[in-house]
Design a protein around this ligand. Structure first.
Ligand SMILES: O=P(O)(O)O[C@H]1O[C@H](CO)[C@@H](O)[C@H]1O
Ligand SMILES: [Mn+2]
Ligand SMILES: [Mn+2]
Length: 393
């Protein structure tokens, strides 16, 4: 039986989103942002395996840009996808790829001082047993621990911050505050936030002794609102198919419809899972992976050389993975939003994303929607489609 592999390269956008003008970084529209295109213009970038499937052609289709170092004649299924959900965040992108565009407007915390309403702050204090919180602002996660980490160690108050995404993040010291205590705090706070239509409550543990050496650990946990309708995971589960979630996919889908979870401390661990599953995944199964480091380590940090190196590393992984596929398998590489490291600000950028498929020969699918990806994966597995989206197979 055919297998399907859906691989999200978190934030690997290719520019050209038709509604980029409605999304912002530092108050300026995302019009013109192009994650892969701008990295390729800024420095040499070699991604021969994904370019062979059609990455260069997809960049040109999405944004009109001829990215330096790209442009092989496509040998895979290739196209560019646009998102309709009104958020450029991870859950919006993944849910829509999985067939469920977000039907509501997310609640965003304002960029004010304080950012959180008193009832949210009071609930955090009540759960954690503290008399106040630190931060209470929009911030980048590495900078906020540098700014408030020492005071956190002195007072025991958690560092709470948000961004242009619909999130409330809590940073706390893994040992001094306690990892289990931080995770328990986020888990118990999450229902109140979900009722407000805040997408996620995220635990951001860190270690270190002073501002000079605070460092986040891989023990991040996301408590996300559940998808409002059946995703491709729910459909596969109802048909008694095996599903594998690699990386933070489990958290993003609130662990619904997932038979096996494969987590790791880094994307290198996740790559090992993906390659192993290419050898071992059951006939008829769905494997859905998220590689987060493009976004968390390099996109938000506006680190162009770091992002480029991660892309080149991933391209090698993609090659090793593709070599292991069997006849009848479909693998699709895509992304959930952009995060152009050459752009101003530190937030995601609204972009089109690549749709690069292996296993079905050469096929240009053109401009499609995020939702069409889920419908296509279901069609390939011989399963009913989600309510939204049309298969491009
Ligand atoms: O700066 P850090 O903490 O990495 O935050 C980023 O991570 C959040 C969740 O992915 C995003 O909303 C963005 O703000
Ligand atoms: Mn993301
Ligand atoms: Mn992000």
């Amino acid at each position: 039986m055919s297998r399907a592999f859906l691989i999200v390269m978190d934030s690997v956008g290719i520019g050209g989103a038709p509604d980029a003008a409605q999304f912002f970084n530092e108050g300026k529209p995302d019009t013109g942002a192009n994650t892969v295109g701008h990295i390729a213009q800024a420095q040499p970038l070699a991604m021969p395996n994904l370019d062979r499937l059609g990455l260069g052609a997809a960049i040109r289709l999405a944004s009109g840009l001829d990215a330096p170092g790209f442009g092989q004649t496509p040998q895979g299924l290739w196209g560019a996808a646009s998102e309709i959900s009104q958020g450029k965040d991870t859950p919006s992108g993944h849910w829509e790829i999985a067939g469920v565009p977000v039907p509501w407007d997310w609640h965003y915390f304002p960029d004010t001082d304080p950012a959180f309403p008193p009832e949210v702050t009071a609930r955090i204090c009540e759960i954690a047993g503290v008399d106040g919180i630190l931060g209470n602002c929009h911030a980048s996660g590495t900078e906020v621990i540098e700014r408030f980490g020492e005071k956190h160690l002195r007072t025991g108050q958690p560092i709470c911050y948000t961004s242009v995404d619909s999130v409330l993040q809590i940073a706390a010291h893994e040992e001094a505050f306690g990892l289990d205590r931080l995770i328990d705090l986020c888990q118990r706070l999450a229902p109140m936030l979900h009722d407000m239509r805040v997408g996620r409550c995220i635990a951001r543990p860190f270690i270190g002794t002073s501002a000079a050496n605070f460092k986040r650990t891989p023990n991040r946990r996301d408590f996300a609102i559940a998808p409002p309708d059946d995703t491709i995971f729910d459909i596969a589960e109802k048909a008694a198919r095996v599903t594998h979630a690699i990386g933070k996919i489990g958290d993003i889908f609130s662990h619904r419809g997932i038979s096996h979870l494969h987590k790791g401390k880094s994307d290198a661990d996740l790559a090992d899972h993906l390659i192993r599953l290419a050898d071992e995944a059951e006939g008829g199964s769905l494997t859905f992976a998220n590689f987060v480091e493009f976004d968390s380590n390099f996109g938000h940090r506006r680190d162009v050389p770091g992002y480029a190196a991660q892309l080149e590393w991933f391209d090698v992984v993609a090659g090793q993975f593709l070599d292991r596929l069997r006849p009848g398998d479909l693998a699709i590489f895509t992304a959930d939003h952009g995060n152009d490291p050459t752009w101003h600000g530190t937030d995601h950028t609204r972009e089109r994303v690549p749709v690069l498929g292996a296993g079905l020969g050469t096929r240009a699918v053109g401009q499609v929607g995020f939702v069409d990806i889920g419908a296509s994966v279901m069609a390939h597995l011989g399963l009913p489609p989600p309510k939204k989206g049309r298969s491009f197979l």
